[in-house]
Design a binder for this molecule. Structure first.
Ligand code: MRU
Length: 366
């Protein structure tokens, strides 16, 4: 995506692969700062502290993290320790484990001196595939948006399609394009008038800070709303479709995404608003059938709930306390939306019902 006329991806190699460049997403939207990751520990820290975040991007960062570890020490023990360190950073998004396993499988049979180069090639391949998958999701999602726009009553034709999204599933969450935002970018670029309701997405406000930043830079009309406004907008016919990403999708079509997604799906179901989930195949966990019971939900610091961060005026702190002294917070970072509430899954291979049969039809031949 373009920032100030320059194309950017969210992750890139520097110095021929001796370090990995990333955008520090904790500083957006107020400061655009890049960082260089030079060791597996720095890669792990970047994932834990959410300098990089979003399921596909943490997968690619993990893959490059293994490369950095193998550059220093290509032994079996180093590979195992790096895998364990990176795998422990964030538990919910399956892309991380998937990418780590993919790199490990590639390098383990090789002689130690060949491993770092092989890890670099595999991580780069994962990154390139992610870009291609996200762009394909954009194309499939665009066709759905065109159909929804065409089905609207005569008096609403030509008016912007109102799409609601939660969290950030844009290019910042992937390597480029995004998952849920890819169809929105494609629609905007194709001339389909579109307007996005952006859930602020407490507690970390990925919607207000990252999605709004992305959409603004791309010139997509958007409005930030508090997380609780979506149901009201749906009751009043102001949402034509909801589209979100997912951090882990079960083989049965349950989707696990940023906390609050489930409530949006319930409201969409109650109001007959289509609820789409956009995902690359790397997000599917074929080993899991029941998302509510089986997907590990990351619990983050209560301080993300009890305090709120923002752009301070000169001399003010970057975060302030919201709650009375002594009040506790609880901070589950994701929730599961059962397949029955999902209108369809939009993947790089096409659009499928959120069901085992639907996913099998797309991926069985993989
Ligand atoms: O906690 P985050 O910011 O990593 O959560 C990100 C999301 O929930 C996204 O919607 C998800 O990763 C799918 S995006 C491609």
């Amino acid at each position: 995506m373009n920032i100030d006329g320059r194309p950017w991806r969210t992750i890139w190699l520097e110095e021929g692969g001796r370090s990995v460049g990333v955008i520090d997403q904790t500083l957006l939207p107020h400061r655009f700062v890049t960082r260089s990751l030079t060791s597996v520990e720095e890669a792990a820290e970047a994932i834990v502290t959410m300098v990089v975040r979003g399921a596909p991007l943490i997968g690619v960062t993990g893959a490059y993290g293994l490369m950095l570890a193998l550059q220093t020490d290509p032994s079996d023990a180093s590979l195992a320790a790096a895998f364990e360190r990176l795998d422990a950073t964030r538990p919910t998004a399956i892309n991380l484990r998937w990418a780590l396993e993919r790199v490990r499988a590639k390098v383990l049979p090789l002689a130690p001196q060949q491993r770092a180069e092989a890890a670099k090639a595999e991580a780069a391949a994962i990154a390139e595939e992610d870009v291609a998958m996200c762009e394909a999701i954009g194309d499939h999602g665009l066709r759905l948006f065109q159909e929804i726009a065409a089905r609207r009553p005569e008096e609403r034709r030509g008016q912007p399609l109102n799409v609601l999204t939660h969290c950030n599933a844009g290019w910042l969450a992937t390597v480029d394009w995004g998952t849920a935002l890819a169809p929105i970018y494609k629609a905007h670029r194709s001339g389909l008038p579109i307007h996005v309701w952006v859930d602020e997405t407490r507690p970390r406000n990925q919607g207000a800070s990252l999605t709004a930043f992305e959409l603004g830079r791309e010139g997509v009309p958007h409005t930030v709303i508090v997380d609780n406004a979506g149901g009201h907008l749906m009751q009043h016919g102001q949402v034509d479709a909801v589209i979100v990403g997912t951090d882990r999708t079960t083989r049965t079509g349950d989707v696990c995404n940023k906390i609050g997604t489930y409530l949006k799906a319930l409201a969409a179901h109650d109001n007959g608003v289509p609820f789409y989930v956009a995902l690359p195949g790397s997000t599917i966990d074929w080993s899991i059938g029941d998302g509510v019971k089986e997907i590990p939900i990351e619990a983050r610091s209560p301080l993300e709930v009890t305090r709120i961060a923002g752009k301070p005026a000169a001399g003010e702190p970057t975060s302030v306390q919201l709650v009375p002294d002594g009040s506790d917070g609880f901070n589950p970072a994701f929730d599961v939306t059962p397949a029955r509430l999902v209108t369809a899954l939009i993947t790089e291979r096409g659009v499928a019902p959120a069901s085992e049969a639907g996913l099998q039809a797309l991926y069985a031949a993989a």
